[in-house]
Design a protein around this ligand. Sequence first.
Ligand code: HEC
Length: 188
Amino acid sequence: MQILINKSVAFVVTMMTVFAVEAVAQGVSYQRVADMLYLVLSADRAVYTEKVVQRLTLDEQVIMVSEHFEDDAALPLPSQMFRFGSEYVADETEDFSYSLVSLDPINKKNGPGTDLEREGLEFVVDNPDEAFYGEEELGGQLYFAAVYADIAVAEACASCHNNHQDSPRDDLEVGDVMGGVIIRIPVE
Ligand code: HEC
């Protein structure tokens, strides 16, 4: 009997520990945070490209889109909008950062910057519906990193890149993977 009681106490303690561990695990994971951030980023990116750039430039032809949007009084490129957002976030917090990169960049600065970025980009080119997750150490800090396929959601994406003089590709089509969004979160 004594043994039985001891066993049940041990069982209760074990279960409490299991519940405690589960409760910690139920906190939002790095992966889930990255997935949620990506959803917002990609939604804004697609909406800007389709509802602003594509509609006002290609469809209704009321304004141009230009890399030199200030001089040309034109719309900024979708990638510029994305970068301005990421710079804004970088000024506000070190809790996360993000960028847009590609294996075939128009701007060489947008090529993969680390081994993980290259590996992630290669993965999403082959698996556009899946994200790539990993960890990497940069400057003595460990980061969780997620890479998501950046897809030509609108005709404007493919046609502008195909016609750009610095683009290594001229065969892009709607639906193709053009690069990747990288989200980094420092691991505490
Ligand atoms: C009007 C032209 C234009 C449109 C439209 C456009 N891009 Fe770009 N994109 C560029 C230019 C120019 C750059 C390089 C900008 C820079 O200097 O960082 C770029 C950068 C990028 C990059 C970073 C790698 C690189 O090539 O430098 C990716 C990825 C990308 N664009 C994907 C897209 C996708 C996806 C869309 C549609 C949602 C899109 N682009 C729409 C012109 C365009």
